[in-house]
Design a protein around this ligand. Structure first.
Ligand SMILES: [Fe+2]
Length: 352
């Protein structure tokens, strides 16, 4: 045996290298490999990411999504969505390693048919008025700034009875679900679901400081639509009272009102108001985040790269990259990340 021979007669440096390479070639045929050759790459000292910081200006998004409306119907497409592809991961349908983001449009009179899937989704509404998402028996009519959730395996469909196109940002956790190879999806015979609850029922029942008798604890929020009309005045009041975080501004976390936990087990979201002239202190955390500017104008410095944003622009900050927000006007930033999943696994960290 070559290895036995090596231990008996230690050779020159050249010989030992040759023997190692021969050994690696032999064990490769048995589907094995030496950890010591890859250790530094697989157990890194600090997070390594392929995610690049990037901005998608809304002017580009809107004109291209509108153009797609002339190419395919929502029903044909099932969902008419343009994927926001991270420039570091083209062709992989993701904006960070764990999240998908895209902008969906539904034209007047269109229906995006009912389906369900293991991946959880959130919508953040950008443009239009009067289209709805029907989920879990509730038909939620959406307005700009609303935050709508579609939990794991919840049937959902979208329709637009208004006379204007409606656009929203979709963020899903399917890159994470697919990492676990745990994806299921199914379609329904009927394009739209029967709804049994009125628009706003879930927010009224669960988001008002009281809970209906018999409310069960779930690992995700029972609220379907966290409306901008309800959330914006809260961050404005925080800002006016001086409750302004030096990194994040006057910020709230969208919460499951039954448990206080995140809205979904895999993704969590925030809404922040930055006063005019805000110069945020640097911050970093292991969750890469997708931001939408709901109001205002400013920049975010990500490791020396300046991302400029205005209303409805979408931008992404990679994991563990130091960033700081600056607001040239009073601004509102929505953000979403995989922080709840990382916290559940005990791997989330933050720093400055
Ligand atoms: Fe869906």
């Amino acid at each position: 045996m070559a290895v036995a021979a090596a231990t008996q007669t230690p050779g020159s440096k050249h010989n030992i290298e040759a023997m190692r390479e021969a050994f690696y070639a032999r064990i490769a045929k048995k589907d094995m490999a030496p950890l010591w050759k890859v250790m530094k790459n697989v157990v890194t000292k600090e997070p390594v990411t392929r995610t690049k910081p990037h901005v998608w200006p809304y002017a580009d998004i809107k004109s291209l999504v509108m153009e797609s409306g002339g190419l395919i119907t929502a029903e044909e497409a099932e969902r008419r969505v343009l994927i926001l592809e991270n420039p570091g991961m083209h062709g992989e349908s993701r904006i960070t390693n764990t999240m998908f983001a895209g902008v969906q449009m539904i034209m007047p009179g269109e229906v995006a048919p009912a389906h369900r899937h293991v991946s959880s989704a959130i919508r953040f509404i950008l443009d239009g008025e009067g289209a709805y998402t029907a989920v879990e028996g509730e038909k939620a009519f959406m307005s700009p700034g609303d935050f709508v959730i579609t939990a794991n395996w919840a049937p959902h469909d979208h329709g637009n009875p208004s006379d204007k196109p409606m656009l929203w940002l979709d963020v899903l956790d399917f890159p994470a679900v697919n990492f676990y190879e745990a994806s299921f999806a199914e379609h329904f015979d009927d394009a739209t679901q029967e709804t049994t609850r009125k628009d706003g029922d879930s927010l009224s029942f669960y988001g008002s400081g009281v809970l209906p008798d018999g409310t069960r604890t779930m690992n995700r929020s029972p609220v379907i639509n966290y409306t901008y009309a309800r959330t914006r005045p809260i961050i404005e009041r925080m800002m006016q009272s001086g409750d302004i975080d030096k990194r994040h501004g006057a910020r709230v976390r969208y919460a499951n009102p039954v448990t206080g936990g995140p809205v979904l087990p895999t993704m969590g979201a925030n809404l922040a108001m930055l006063p005019k002239g805000f110069k945020g202190e640097p911050y970093r955390s292991t969750d890469g985040a997708v931001f939408v500017c709901a109001e205002g104008r400013g920049t975010t410095d990500v490791d020396g790269e300046v991302l400029e944003w205005g209303k409805n622009d979408v931008f992404v900050v990679p994991p563990w990259k130091r960033y700081a927000h600056n607001a040239s006007e009073q601004s509102v930033l929505f953000s979403i990340s995989d922080r709840p999943a990382q916290e559940a696994l005990g791997i989330w960290r933050e720093g400055n």
